[in-house]
Design a protein around this ligand. Sequence first.
Ligand code: MG
Length: 160
Amino acid sequence: MRIGIGYDIHPLKRGCKFLLGGVEIPYKKGFFGHSDGDVLFHAVVDALLGAAGLGDIGEHFSDKDSRWEGVSSSVFAEKTLTILKKNKFKILNVDAVVIAEEPKLSSHKNAIRRSVAKVLGLKEADVSVKAKTNERLGPIGRGKAVAVMAVAAIQKVGKK
Ligand code: MG
């Protein structure tokens, strides 16, 4: 078994969508980013690539590459799954912590979990999404940004 860690942070801006794991959450602000700014998928992709020892999100889906402009981050997750399969890895589980002062995410956690599980071809039980505030500390605590930490466990399949 191999594990990987991922982290991402995105600034919040008015007029942008607030997307986590492909689920749009109603809020006055959203993520400013090159793609759709889905900070959860970005952290999860980095955790998966890290577990496989296959680089990071910037190497595979560069923000300087116009192909990825405005693209749904679920595409990054799908393509990462393909990369893992090509390298004979299967995902065991994914766990993530969303650090956001606002909006309250408790009523959305299960939808996010289902969405991430679907994109990665996992059972809901193998995906965990937790939410925390930053206790009003720093830029996250002032509602200027949202960060996500993620870990993933993967396993080599087939012959050694
Ligand atoms: Mg990002």
